[in-house]
Design a protein around this ligand. Structure first.
Ligand code: FAD
Ligand code: DLZ
Ligand code: SF4
Length: 531
C-alpha cells in the first residue's frame, strides 16, 4: 500500500503537512460512448479517493469491423475526455490500445485494474448495448467486490419510464410517445397545447432542393492534439477495415462538438424542416446537423441540443416547422427507439417477420454499382462514416427491404459503417423502421418505395444508367421492379395492412403478364448480383 507518512513523522513536520493518501475508494469505469462529465457514474466522484478507468480494447473495434473513422473518433474522443478529467485534477487510469499488457476486453481490463488499485467498489453506468450489459452482469461479483451499475440518465426518458408507458398499449407509436415527451419537457408547449396549434409540421417538411440550391458547406473541425497519433494507430491496426480514414471529418472534443452544434444552429437549422427529406449528389450533409456521433458518444447532451434549437426559435432565428421537426428527431425518435430496444431485447433482434434471407450484395462495401442513388449513399458512407437519414432509410435501407436482405446481414453493415452506430439506436432503426422485421412493433408499415420517390427527392436519377420511368425491360430502374416484386412476395403478410391499401390496389390493377415480367426482372437481377 502506497501511504505517505503523516505529520510529525518527517523532520520537516513543522513546515509541511502531508495528509495520508487514502486507499482507492471507488474505481469508476467509463466506456467509450459515455464521455459526458454529467455521467451518473462520475457524479459523486471524489478526486482524492477515486480513480476513473478508461480502456481502449481491440474487442470493441473488431466484434464487428467498424469503419476506420468510427474507431478513430471513439479513441480520440476517449483520450480527449481523459485529458479533460485530468485537467480537473481527477486521476484517470487510461489503458491504451498498444499497451503490451492489454487483454483487449472490458472484463480483462477491469480485472487488471482491480488488481492494480484494490478499490473498495466499482461504479459503472449501464452500457448502450445488450451485448455489453451481459458482460457487465458477470462482473456483479468480481472477486467479492461490489459493482454498482447506475442508470444512464442522459436521456429524457428512463428505461423504466418507457416500459411503464409501453406496458398496456396494443401498439407503440412514435406520435403518442413524442407528445408525452413534449408535455414532460415543456418544449414548444403553451400550457397543455403545442405551440403553433399542431404537434407536427411534416406536411411542410417534404420539399426537394430547388435546382441550383446548395446548402452551406459544413466546416471541417480543427483536429485535436491527440488525433494524429490515433489516426496512425488506426491506420496501422485497422487499415483493412471499411471506409476512408482521411480526410477525417469529425470533432473529437466537447469544445469541437459544441462548435459544430453552434454552426448547425446558426447556418442550417432554419431550413432543416423544409429539406429534411432532400438528397443531392455531392452534398453529403445537406441541412442535417451531423451531430449524432457527438450525442451518442456523450460529447453533447440531448438536452443542450434541444435547448439550443428551441432558443433559436424563440430568438426568431429558425421557424417552428424547422425546430419542431428537429426536436421530433431527438426528443421523439431517439428516445423512442431506445425505449423499444431495451424493452424488447434480446428477442427483438431474432425476429424476421418477412422471412428475408438474401445475402448482402458486395456493392454495399465497394460502392461499385450502376445505381447512382446507392453509389452516392455508399460513397458518402465510405468518405465520412455518415449518411443522412433519408439516404439511410430510403436508399440503402429501401434497397435492402425490397431485395429481401437477411436482417442480420444488413444490421451488421449499419453497425459497422456509421460513426454514430451503437446497437441501441442502430438495431430498431434497421430491424424495425427499415425492414419491418419486427412485424410492426416500431412502425405500422415498411417504408417501401419505388424509384419515383428517389427521383422526387433527389437529383440522383438524372445521373443514373437506369431509367427511373421504366418498370421492366432494358434499363429499367431496379427500385421499380423490386418494389412490385416485394409487394407480390409479401402479399400474404402485408396486403391487409390498411396503410398499404393504396399500393395493393395499384398492384391489383397490374396485368398478370406484367406481374410475371416484374418477377422475372427481379429474379434475373438477384442472379446478376449473386445474392
Ligand atoms: P439530423 O437529421 O440532423 O437529426 C438530428 C438528431 O436526431 C440526430 O443527430 C439523431 O440524434 C436524432 N435522430 C434523428 N433520427 C433518428 C432516428 N430515426 N433514431 C434515432 N435518433 C434519430 N442514428 C444513430 O444515431 N445511430 C445509428 O446507428 C442510426 N442508424 C440508422 C439506421 C437507419 C436504417 C436509419 C433509417 C436511421 C438510423 N439512424 C441512426 C437515425 C438517423 O439516420 C441518424 O441519427 C441521423 O442520420 C444522424 O445524422 P444527423 O446528426 O445529421 O441527424
Ligand atoms: C466503438 C468503440 C470502440 C471502437 N472502441 C472502444 C474502446 O476501445 N473502448 C471503449 O470503452 N469503448 C469503445 N467503443 C465503444 C463501445 O463499443 C461502447 O461503449 C459499447 O458498445 C457500449 O455501448
Ligand atoms: Fe436509383 Fe433508379 Fe434513380 Fe437510378 S434510376 S438513381 S437506380 S432510383
Amino acid at each position: 500500500m502506497n501511504r505517505r507518512r503523516g505529520p510529525g513523522v518527517t523532520n520537516c513536520a513543522s513546515t509541511f503537512y502531508n495528509p495520508p493518501v487514502p486507499m482507492i475508494q471507488t474505481l469508476r469505469f467509463v466506456l467509450g460512448d459515455q464521455l459526458s462529465r454529467c455521467l451518473s457514474s462520475l457524479r459523486d466522484l471524489d478526486p482524492l479517493r477515486d480513480v476513473v478507468l478508461m480502456v481502449e480494447v481491440g474487442d470493441e473495434a473488431t466484434y464487428v469491423r467498424h469503419h476506420k473513422q468510427k474507431i478513430a473518433f471513439v479513441l480520440a474522443a476517449m483520450r480527449g475526455f481523459a485529458g479533460a478529467l485530468e485537467k480537473e485534477g481527477i486521476r484517470v487510469d487510461y489503458v491504451k490500445l498498444d499497451d503490451p499488457a492489454n487483454t483487449h476486453s472490458f472484463t480483462g481490463e477491469l480485472k487488471r485494474a482491480v488488481a492494480r488499485h484494490r478499490p473498495a467498489r466499482v461504479v459503472a453506468t449501464e452500457p448502450g448495448e445488450y451485448r455489453v450489459l451481459e458482460m457487465m452482469r458477470a462482473w456483479a461479483d468480481m472477486n467479492g467486490l461490489p459493482v454498482e451499475m447506475r442508470d444512464d440518465d442522459r436521456f429524457f426518458c428512463s428505461r423504466a419510464e418507457f416500459a411503464a408507458w409501453a406496458k398496456d398499449r396494443k401498439s407503440l407509436r412514435l406520435e403518442f410517445f413524442y407528445r408525452e415527451m413534449r408535455r414532460k419537457t415543456g418544449y414548444l408547449m403553451q400550457g397543455d397545447a403545442p405551440v403553433g396549434g399542431a404537434w407536427n409540421f411534416d406536411s411542410e417538411n417534404r420539399k426537394a432542393l430547388p435546382r441550383g440550391h446548395r446548402a452551406p458547406d459544413r466546416r471541417r473541425p480543427a483536429p485535436a492534439p491527440e488525433l494524429g497519433a490515433v489516426l496512425d494507430l488506426v491506420a496501422a491496426r485497422f487499415g483493412d477495415h471499411f471506409g476512408d480514414l482521411e480526410p477525417f471529418v469529425w470533432a473529437t472534443t466537447r469544445e469541437g462538438a459544441l462548435a459544430a452544434l453552434r454552426e448547425f444552429v446558426a447556418e442550417r437549422l432554419h431550413l432543416f424542416g423544409d429539406y429534411q427529406d432532400a438528397m443531392k449528389s455531392g452534398d453529403d450533409f445537406v441541412y442535417h446537423a451531423a451531430i449524432s456521433p457527438y450525442l451518442n458518444a456523450g460529447l453533447l447532451t440531448a438536452r443542450e441540443v434541444c435547448d439550443a434549437a428551441v432558443a433559436a426559435w424563440r430568438d426568431g432565428a429558425a421557424p417552428l416547422n424547422a425546430v419542431e421537426g428537429f426536436l421530433r428527431q431527438i426528443l421523439g425518435w431517439r428516445e423512442f427507439v431506445r425505449g423499444i430496444y431495451w424493452t424488447r431485447m434480446p428477442d427483438y433482434a431474432a425476429t424476421n417477420h418477412l422471412g428475408a434471407r438474401r445475402r448482402l450484395p458486395e456493392f454495399y462495401w465497394t460502392g461499385a454499382t450502376k445505381m447512382n442513388c446507392l453509389r452516392e449513399t455508399i460513397g458518402a458512407t465510405r468518405r465520412n462514416a455518415y449518411a443522412h437519414h433519408i439516404q439511410r432509410l430510403m436508399v440503402a435501407g429501401n434497397f435492402a427491404l425490397l431485395a429481401g436482405i437477411a436482417p442480420a446481414e444488413i444490421e451488421k453493415w449499419y453497425l459497422i459503417v456509421y460513426a454514430d452506430a451503437y446497437e441501441w439506436v442502430e438495431l430498431p432503426n434497421v430491424h424495425g423502421m427499415v425492414l419491418h422485421a419486427d412485424g410492426g412493433v416500431l412502425g405500422s408499415k415498411p417504408y417501401a418505395a419505388s424509384g419515383a420517390y428517389i427521383d422526387r427527392m433527389s437529383d440522383y436519377c438524372k445521373g443514373c444508367a437506369f431509367d427511373r420511368r421504366k418498370r421492366t425491360g432494358e434499363g429499367a430502374c431496379p427500385f421499380n421492379f423490386l418494389y412490385w416484386n416485394f409487394l407480390i412476395e409479401n402479399e400474404s403478410k402485408l396486403a391487409r395492412n390498411p396503410r398499404l391499401a393504396l399500393p395493393y390496389r395499384a398492384l391489383a390493377a397490374i396485368a398478370p403478364s406484367e406481374r410475371e415480367a416484374l418477377r422475372a426482372a427481379s429474379t434475373q437481377f438477384f442472379a446478376s448480383l449473386a445474392i
